[in-house]
Ligand binder design. Structure first.
Ligand SMILES: [Zn+2]
Length: 73
């Protein structure tokens, strides 16, 4: 599990092409500074989607509660 998780984050260095981990700020092979903005982007978009889905569920529940209260009044 731990090994698989580490392999998942191995990415080629944009400068020398050697394997490195995506959380590293500099390449261990060529020592150049590396930023992985491209690898972080999809994760934050997924988080936004998840938040939107959560908001839809919450608003749906609020509407149902509102209708139930209206029905019983
Ligand atoms: Zn490198």
């Amino acid at each position: 599990m731990g090994i698989l998780n580490t392999q998942k984050h191995i990415v080629p260095c944009p400068h020398c092409g050697e394997d490195m981990l995506d959380h590293m700020k500099s390449c261990p092979h060529c020592k150049k500074e590396v930023t992985f903005a491209w690898s972080r982007e999809p994760r934050s978009q997924n988080k936004i989607k998840a938040t939107r889905k959560y908001l839809y569920v919450v608003s749906a529940v609020v509407i149902v509660i509102f209708l139930v209260l209206k029905f019983f009044n």
